[in-house]
Ligand binder design. Structure first.
Ligand SMILES: NC(=O)c1ccc[n+]([C@@H]2O[C@H](COP(=O)([O-])OP(=O)(O)OC[C@H]3O[C@@H](n4cnc5c(N)ncnc54)[C@H](OP(=O)(O)O)[C@@H]3O)[C@@H](O)[C@H]2O)c1
Length: 325
């Protein structure tokens, strides 16, 4: 198979190369997926630059993807052969990511893609939608809760709006451009506020006069001052990203509200959170409630450009078309 790989850390154009490798064989409990599209997320370029490198001679990058199961390992039903699936966590502690003709993953990490859902959308699901689902639900049911999603035009933010609406929450969001605000509104946000506006806090208070129960937070330090001013007692801020410098938290204000700050890493979530996420994502997909952000597709040979596009903050999703290899 053709694959992208890197054997040292560094800039995309310097370390990513396209190589010919033997097709991988699925181990016990694994399925092999013939990959159509590989999704690129910020985690993929961060691991390529900062590591860690998985054990083995080289790393095939990218955690997310979509394709068709073409082989199964011992203990996996042959009824799965031919199944259209989306794949997550492919390169987590493993050398074989999705930027290759084939990827082997444990059977549970290849989830059925409902009829009619495109491979491109399937390759866009893993990291953003599992992160968003865990952020929304880790601390309990959000039906009828008011949820603020900061950065609602980002991949995780957009997923959090869609899944929050699917789970019955009243979702409000922030975004910095009209284009992103439009995407966030279309995803189901009742209101979208410009977090760079000097009126942001005033607007937030007017939009959620009773306060918010949950915040799905992409920039904890930058937003904590406004966020703590609109928290309801007992609310939870779930931070899945933060600035390079650790933020200072307003401990007394958060204490007074009996509020919590939860930190979340998608890779180390408990299995029950992953299972709950894949079940709800599958249901929402089946009901047509999950949609694509604007998407740019690169051929495998241009995977370095795909990584650079994510690294420089391209709006929307970036995919690699592996079939072109
Ligand atoms: N912990 C985890 O498990 C986990 C999982 C997935 C992703 N992440 C991390 O989360 C971050 C976002 O990932 P992504 O895939 O969603 O990236 P993305 O698609 O590039 O979206 C990032 C969004 O953050 C917004 N943003 C930046 N600063 C903001 C602020 N102060 N207030 C509100 N919004 C702000 C940006 O909006 P503007 O352009 O409008 O500023 C942008 O839309 C990355 O650092 C990624 O590594 C962590």
């Amino acid at each position: 198979m053709r694959a992208a790989q890197y054997d040292r850390l560094g800039p995309a154009a310097d370390v990513l190369s396209i190589v010919e490798l033997d097709d991988p064989e699925p181990g016990p409990g694994e399925v092999r997926v013939e990959v159509s599209f590989s999704g690129v997320n910020p985690t993929d370029w961060k691991r390529r630059t900062a590591g860690p490198l998985a054990p083995g001679p080289a790393q095939i990058p990218n955690q997310d993807g979509a394709g068709i199961i073409d082989a199964v390992g011992a203990g996996v039903s042959t009824q799965r052969l031919g199944e259209r699936v989306w794949v997550f966590h492919a390169a987590w502690n493993r050398p074989g990511g999705t930027a290759a003709g084939y990827v082997c993953v444990p059977g549970a990490q290849a989830v059925t893609l409902p009829e009619g859902v495109s491979m491109e959308l399937g390759a866009s699901l893993g990291i953003p939608y599992i992160t968003a689902h865990a952020a929304l639900t880790y601390d309990g049911d959000i039906a009828d809760a008011t949820v603020l999603v900061t950065g609602g035009g980002g991949a995780v933010g957009h997923a959090a709006i869609e899944l929050g609406a699917f789970l019955g929450a009243d979702v409000i969001a922030s975004a910095s451009t009209p284009e992103k605000a439009q995407v966030a509104r279309a995803a189901g946000a009742r209101a979208v506020l410009d977090y760079r506006s000097p009126d942001y806090l005033t607007d937030l208070r007017a939009t959620a006069p009773m306060g918010v129960d949950r915040i799905v937070e992409v920039a904890l330090g930058a937003n904590i001052a406004a966020s703590q001013a609109v928290l309801r007692p007992g609310a939870v801020i779930v931070a899945y990203a933060s600035e390079a410098t650790d933020p200072v938290l307003p401990a007394r204000a958060l204490m007074t509200l009996n509020a919590q700050v939860r930190f979340l890493l998608v890779y180390t979530l408990p299995q029950d959170r992953i299972q709950a996420a894949t079940a709800d994502i599958s249901q929402a997909l089946g009901e047509g409630l999950i949609t694509s952000l604007p998407t740019v597709v690169y051929p495998l040979e241009q995977i370095a450009l795909a990584h650079e596009a994510v690294e420089t903050g391209t709006f929307g999703r970036v995919l690699v078309d592996v079939r072109s290899s």
